[in-house]
Each structure stands twice: as C-alpha cells, then as structure tokens.
Design a protein around this ligand. Structure first.
Ligand SMILES: [Zn+2]
Ligand SMILES: [Zn+2]
Length: 263
C-alpha cells in the first residue's frame, strides 16, 4: 500500500506527503511549520511520526520551514550535498546533525521504500525529482523543471502515479505584469513547465502505464486550475486519448489534495 497527496502546492509553497505501512515521509517543506502541522492533522498524522523530509531543491517555496520542522520533531532531512550547501548559506537554523546525503541517479532505501532521485533542469544548485518504488509499483514527482528532456521521460516512464508541474499558460504569462527578465526566466529551459508540455508528457506516459496524475506547482499569477486542467485534456485529445483514459486533477494551493492510493 502506498498513499500520497499534496499538502500544499504552487509557487507560494510546496509540500507532499507519502505513506506506506512502515513509512511516512514528506517531500519539501515550503510553507510554515504551522501550516504543515495543520495539513498533517487534517489527515490524522502526527509530525512526530514523519520518518524523513526529502528536498527537491533549495528554493524557499520548497524549504521555508525545513530547519524548524526538522529540529522541532527531530525529522531527518535527505538532500544532495549541493542543495544542502546552498541551503546552509541562507538558513542559519539548519543543523548539520540531521542531514542524510543522497546522490542524484543513485537509489537509496527508506524502510520499505526504494527511492531514486533524478536530475531536473531548473536554476538551482542540483535540483531533482524522485521515483519512489513500493511493491513493484513506481510513483514519481517532478516539479520545477524548465523542459522535458528524453532523460526525464525515461525517469518518468512506467510510473503508475505522477505528480507533475503545470506552472504556467504561455498566453497568460505573455500578458502578465511580470517584468521581462522574470518572464524569460520562467519560460527558459531551466525555469518552469508550461501546461501544454505537462499535457503532452502525461499523454505520452499513458502508453507506459500511467493511471493517475496530479498537476502541481501552478503559478498564482500565470495560471489557474481550470485552465491547466483543460489544457491537459486538449493535449490528451490531440494524442487520441480522452479524459477516461487517465484520472487526473489539480492540486489545491492551500489545502491537501485527495489522497491517492497506488497499490
Ligand atoms: Zn524552484
Ligand atoms: Zn518551486
């Protein structure tokens, strides 16, 4: 049994929850400790029972409360060394005692889970997504990535469940009030993922067994849930799929998503 959900998702802050019989883990802690406590409480989970927090990358919308949360509940942090060193430079509350290092592309075990971090194209020190394996099922999370390379596709193939960024709509971004350089950064190869690309990727992955997907990390300014959802539907149609071929929805910004059961 593997259950997972988004606790918070969007450019304002991200945290994701995974649970099996033996393990409870968070990926990212990008909102306040209080918010994470209240989201876990709504799932009847105590923060004291969290076995680990995995970090995708050092940006504040993924790490806001990592130091406080880890210290308060003695939760081990898992990150690669580049991400960790970058975090240490900006976060004086972090202690070195609670860090466990992983390397991108090298699997490690956490109780009954096998985890493989994979590199993502994003403007951070050494950003990554994760494949999580339990009982021959694979689930994946990929957020904050400027484009989808063939390497990323390979990492995502054969997933039963995928959390994938759907950050912005090109037209909304084009006409938004963001400064030119910020628009360029977001839409650049190491920025964020556009709805159409998210849709194309999901359509491609149905072939390799993708059954459920959750759209995550929507921009507050350059996207909205109905638009992201509809754009993915359009991309599915282009590949001759319908919305009956896969179950997917959009992670809410400020409350937990549905809990997805994978096996
Ligand atoms: Zn980021
Ligand atoms: Zn982010």
């Amino acid at each position: 049994m593997l259950k997972c959900c988004s606790l918070y998702s969007g450019s304002t802050g991200n945290s994701f929850f995974f649970q099996t019989e033996d393990t409870k883990l968070l990926i990212d802690a990008g909102v306040s400790c209080k918010k994470i406590e209240s989201a876990l409480d709504s799932l009847n989970i105590s923060p004291n029972d969290i076995d680990a927090v995995l970090i995708t990358h050092e940006h504040i919308d993924h790490t806001r409360s990592i130091g406080v949360l880890s210290a308060k509940y003695k939760i081990p942090i898992y990150a690669n060394s580049e991400t960790w060193n970058s975090l240490l430079k900006t976060n004086s509350k972090l202690s070195n005692s609670n860090i466990n290092f992983f390397n991108n592309d090298k699997s490690f075990e956490l109780n009954d889970l096998k985890i493989i971090p994979f590199s993502t194209p994003h403007d951070a020190a050494n950003p990554c997504g994760f494949n999580i394996f339990k009982d021959n099922k694979k689930v994946s999370i990929a957020t904050d990535l400027g484009h989808i390379s063939s390497d990323i596709i390979k990492c995502l193939e054969n997933s039963s469940f995928l959390m994938l960024e759907a950050n912005y709509d090109s037209d909304v971004l084009k006409y938004s009030s963001y400064p030119y350089l910020l628009k360029k950064r977001i839409s650049g190869p190491n920025g964020h993922l556009e709805n159409c690309i998210t849709g194309k990727t999901i359509a491609h992955l149905i072939n390799s067994g993708l059954q459920k997907a959750l759209l995550i990390h929507l921009s507050k300014e350059n996207n909205f849930p109905e638009l992201a959802y509809q754009t993915v539907i359009e991309e599915l149609k282009k590949q001759n799929y319908s919305k009956n071929d896969i179950f997917f929805n959009v992670a809410p910004r400020d409350i937990p998503s549905n809990l997805f059961q994978v096996s």
